[in-house]
Design a protein around this ligand. Sequence first.
Ligand SMILES: Cc1cc2nc3c(=O)[nH]c(=O)nc-3n(C[C@H](O)[C@H](O)[C@H](O)COP(=O)(O)OP(=O)(O)OC[C@H]3O[C@@H](n4cnc5c(N)ncnc54)[C@H](O)[C@@H]3O)c2cc1C
Length: 330
Amino acid sequence: MTIGIIGQGLAGTALAWQTHWAGHEVRLFDRGLHLSASWVAAGLINPLVLKRKRLVQGAADHLACMQDFYALVEKTLGLELFYPGSIHEVLPDITAEKTWDELALSPSFDAFIGPAKPLHHSQLVGHKQAEVRGSARLRVTRYLTESRAFFSQHHHLEALNVESIEVLKNGQFELNTSCTVDALLLAEGYPGKWTQAFFGPLPFAATRGEGLRIAWEGAPIVDALHKNVFLLPEGDGSYQAGSTYAWDALEGPVTAEAREDILQKLRTWFDQPVEVLDQWKGIRPTMQDRQARWAWHPQHHRMGFLNGLGSRGALTSPLLSQKLLADLMP
Ligand SMILES: Cc1cc2nc3c(=O)[nH]c(=O)nc-3n(C[C@H](O)[C@H](O)[C@H](O)COP(=O)(O)OP(=O)(O)OC[C@H]3O[C@@H](n4cnc5c(N)ncnc54)[C@H](O)[C@@H]3O)c2cc1C
């Protein structure tokens, strides 16, 4: 079967790998990775919502699936796709340490809560740090660009905007009046023009996120750290810091407010001045209830979609793409 996929962000790339492994012909359509939320994603794979001290729904299942999924992609591409190490929560004081230790007493959390240990990084203000067990950090841009190269070489990749979709009488789909596919998967992210046209309105509560790439003088930090923001070593002496959450003014260039918000939070980490090397922004395709959506069309039986991955696309796209395709594939 020839399967068309619109979008090659985290959702579309996971769908493409699953359809490839199932032995189908893949035709990927993506108008440009730099336009995707996935391109700016920090790649954190985190079973905990650290700010609210909550567990991601289905965290254990997502972690188990994503490990097998990315291991197989790594094997196929012959590449390392993860940064070394896991995420650590910085515990600024004894109260934070107590709250953290209490979480470990809850049976649903205990698998993910590492013990509080002395802060590894003498240049940081803080009390202790603790590992989020099972967490990891995907090298998202490497995963996306190398997957893109693989699908260009072994399948078909069209670097263009899909401007028309026609459902043919025999149930196939014609895209841009020139390309015919047997099944069509929509993985468009926000705002999901074709998904909303065929499946009706999606309950988006999309959030804008901004982040900084920074550097400073001093000993390198090796762990991916979280306190009031994430501080993530890039391995070249620079760090990603962020990101912000905003529900209004989704479009538009990066803002001075977001930059100052992150820098102000970083001032509680260490006293040194930091140099801002870059600032970036993206729109998370979040739903109002924070639940992703996937479905097959009630009339066009071979049209499906996956959207609403919110701020967890790296963790959830492997299992959700598998769930969607389970209904199509033998
Ligand atoms: C600042 C920020 C930080 C984040 N950090 C993390 C993180 O650390 N960990 C994590 O898991 N998630 C993170 N996320 C969330 C993550 O980015 C999203 O969950 C994920 O990218 C959603 O993937 P997607 O494939 O659904 O959408 P997208 O990444 O937006 O991909 C959709 C693709 O479809 C293409 N497209 C759409 N319509 C068409 C069309 N008609 N024709 C052709 N192409 C089309 C777009 O160009 C795009 O390339 C972050 C997001 C932001 C904004």
